[in-house]
Design a protein around this ligand. Sequence first.
Ligand SMILES: Nc1ncnc2c1ncn2[C@@H]1O[C@H](COP(=O)(O)OP(=O)(O)OP(=O)(O)O)[C@@H](O)[C@H]1O
Length: 272
Amino acid sequence: MMNDAPADSAQGRSGQEELVIRVRDLVVGFGERNVIDGMDMDVRKGEILGVVGPSGTGKSVSLRAIIGLTPKRAGKVEVFGVDLDEATDEERLGIERRWGVLFQQGALFSSLTVRQNVEMPLREHTKLSPKLREEIARLKIDLVGLKPDAGDRFPSELSGGMIKRAALARALALDPDIVFLDEPTAGLDPIGANAFDRLIMTLKETLGLTVYLVTHDLDTLTTACDRIAALKGGKVLAIGPMSEMVKNDDPWMKEYFRGERARAAGIGATAA
Ligand SMILES: Nc1ncnc2c1ncn2[C@@H]1O[C@H](COP(=O)(O)OP(=O)(O)OP(=O)(O)O)[C@@H](O)[C@H]1O
């Protein structure tokens, strides 16, 4: 199979990429069912890792389990070399400050303006003055390509693309090293989705972000992702660049990466 050899430590061995997230034997379930059932995953520093898989296979659950929003039944999650189960409250908080999350549908507070939404993590995690918080929120709103007046608007007054950008601005509020994005281009038209992909790539390049990106979007996978992790049956079926994905003979992988939609997106031409 095409799984990359796991590195020995979160620091990485010499000559290997540095890992920022290291997941081993992760099990997450609800009721009698384990949705994630023995998942291993390495996320390298500075990469955009696209996470794909059949609907309901546990992509969002994997994201939520890594950040601790959904409890795991077994396994280990290390972020920046720290085992989150063994971290002190202080260490854990320190790590939480180093990641930002964009949930599906943006999940902005509807009663707050965009600027107040972006300020929220700064209120929770810092003692900055209101003036400084507001200034930082303005900068983040600008960074994601929204006009300054968008800051005064409420989420209900924004287009789908603007909501995603506003949610991204909030995810970037604390200058994170990692961002978790759950289907950021879902519901956007192709032009809006493409612009969002470019924004993520620019932020990765300029800010050195590591990105865990759950998506169904073949264009995003081709344009933005350095590597792809395909989940199936609660495990990582394959992880690697697109050039490896298109050669995988698993039936779902074949259909997804070499089927009609993939061909329309210009993928598959590189398949053997
Ligand atoms: N809080 C929960 N309680 C019970 N079941 C849940 C919960 N959260 C997720 N699930 C179940 O876990 C499975 C995986 O859900 P998840 O949202 O991770 O899928 P996904 O791979 O992201 O799918 P999609 O591509 O359709 O968004 C689904 O069957 C879902 O119903």
